[in-house]
Write a protein that binds this ligand. Structure first.
Ligand SMILES: CC(C)(COP(=O)(O)OP(=O)(O)OC[C@H]1O[C@@H](n2cnc3c(N)ncnc32)[C@H](O)[C@@H]1OP(=O)(O)O)[C@@H](O)C(=O)NCCC(=O)NCCS
Length: 202
């Protein structure tokens, strides 16, 4: 379905569709562009991509969705945001620990430790929230309702899969992210170091 959104004086047409293999580079680019961490090295870039992007689009592409700017006046369509999801914590943990953590560890021992801690964090909440998500929208497209549309789409998809809950972790200092999740109806269910854990029953 296409939605008409107003961006300043311009009306744009945005639609949500399942992730496709052709979106790979663009989704990775958005992951880096929206990261709140300063990326000063190639190893940091690899760490961010392997932690927050590659597992999802490579291992669970059917649980990922993108927001596409339909292009005005013949301009090309372009992916401007995404929501990525691991639907089942147990299979995520097995696959991520086996295939991604070693690559993350190769970027630094501390990164490897952070990756394993992330898995254990999701596992702690998996009884209530088996799924977890990551969402990012390019700055120029934020606050137009795209994040809500992406989340609606993913949650509907997870309900169809009979998943009982979805969670995420957001930095305490990420006011934008926290406001978004509160407004959407997620509840704060715990704390995790510099992060806050949000969850929603489906
Ligand atoms: C968080 C994020 C995904 C929200 O996406 P979005 O498309 O901008 O969100 P929406 O336009 O659907 O906003 C829905 C509601 O969330 C709240 N919200 C969104 N952005 C907000 C902001 N910057 N400040 C305060 N509230 C905000 C508002 O209540 C908003 O409703 P309103 O505009 O009617 O007031 C987006 O800001 C983003 O990608 N941020 C950078 C990366 C990030 O923080 N990702 C999440 C990390 S866990």
């Amino acid at each position: 379905m296409r939605f008409c959104l107003t961006k300043g004086m311009i009306e744009i047409s945005v639609f949500i569709r399942p992730y496709e293999a052709r979106d790979y580079d663009r989704v990775r680019l958005i992951c880096i562009a929206t990261s709140d961490t300063k990326i000063r090295s190639e190893s940091k870039r690899t760490f961010i991509l392997k932690m927050y992007c590659d597992y999802y689009i490579e291992s669970e592409p059917k649980n990922c969705f993108v927001a596409v700017d339909g292009g005005a006046d013949g301009a090309e369509e372009q992916v401007v945001g995404y929501i990525l999801c691991a639907a089942d914590c147990e299979s995520y943990a097995k696959n991520f620990l086996k295939n991604y953590v070693p690559k993350i560890k190769a970027t630094g021992r501390l990164n490897g430790f952070t990756a394993r801690s992330e898995v254990f964090l999701y596992s702690r909440y998996a009884a209530f929230f088996p799924a977890h998500l990551h969402i990012d929208v390019l700055p120029a497209y934020q606050r137009l309702g795209i994040g809500k549309m992406l989340t609606d789409t993913l949650l509907e998809h997870l309900r169809e899969m009979k998943i009982k809950g979805v969670m995420l972790v957001v930095g305490k200092k990420n006011v934008k992210g926290r406001s978004f999740y509160y407004k959407y109806g997620f509840s704060e269910v715990g704390k995790a170091g510099p992060g806050v854990v949000f969850g929603i029953d489906l």
